[in-house]
Ligand binder design. Structure first.
Ligand code: HQG
Length: 179
């Protein structure tokens, strides 16, 4: 089984288009593992899919994108589905990082970090992760530093994604610096 392709398709189903798989996310983004497997098995490529296959997909991935608990599976972050997925508020480290393309910098400096096509702004716990995130975009990578203490003192909320990814609704320019 190609776990990288499987991870991409599971992400697509759980982040962006559950209805294409006749799945319905609950308010925290969970769906039944059994339902997901039975839907994926309709595709020839995933005919042999089992829960063990999903568990292997998660443990072999270099990024923690999905979790399985109590017979359900969800994506930790990345959602663009119309229904807002609720995330747990947390206290992040004093600084978080956002890697992006230099081409977006003027917009971000004047208007702040917006979720764009996703439900939340995605932030990284460390600079190396932020650099990898930024490299996915065309153009030179810039690393932005978010002062989360200052932002939290002005009522900006941060939510737990996974051990490296934090989420927020919107980061105003006053809390963003170039590294
Ligand atoms: C930019 C991947 C113009 C923002 C990654 C980013 C991450 C603005 C792009 C996760 C803007 C959105 C998410 C503004 C933000 N004007 N551009 N005001 N505010 N932007 O891909 O954070 O591999 O939706 O800088 O590793 O790059 O899929 O978000 O460049 O963790 O698991 O708009 O997705 O994870 O791009 O990446 P994206 P992202 P996976």
């Amino acid at each position: 089984m190609n776990y990288s392709n499987l991870s991409k398709e599971v992400s697509y189903a759980l982040r962006h288009a559950p209805w294409e798989y006749e799945l319905e996310l609950d308010s925290e983004g969970w769906v039944s593992v059994e339902q997901l497997i039975s839907s994926f098995r309709n595709n020839e490529e995933w005919q042999g899919l089992t829960e063990e296959g999903l568990v292997n997909m998660i443990s072999l991935s270099e990024k923690k994108r999905h979790e399985i608990k109590n017979g359900k599976i969800r994506a930790f972050y990345g959602h663009s589905v119309p229904m807002k997925i609720s995330k747990e508020i947390g206290i992040p480290p004093k600084y978080l990082y956002h890697g992006t393309s230099i081409t977006f910098l003027p917009e971000i400096k004047s208007n702040g970090l917006k979720p764009m096509s996703r439900q939340y702004v995605h932030l990284s716990e460390d600079i190396d992760t932020a650099r990898l995130v930024g490299k996915r975009k065309k153009g030179d990578t810039v690393i932005l530093v978010i002062d989360t203490e200052l932002a939290r003192s002005k009522c900006v909320k941060f939510y737990v994604g996974n051990d490296k990814v934090w989420l927020s609704d919107y980061i105003p320019p006053e809390f963003i610096k170039e590294s």
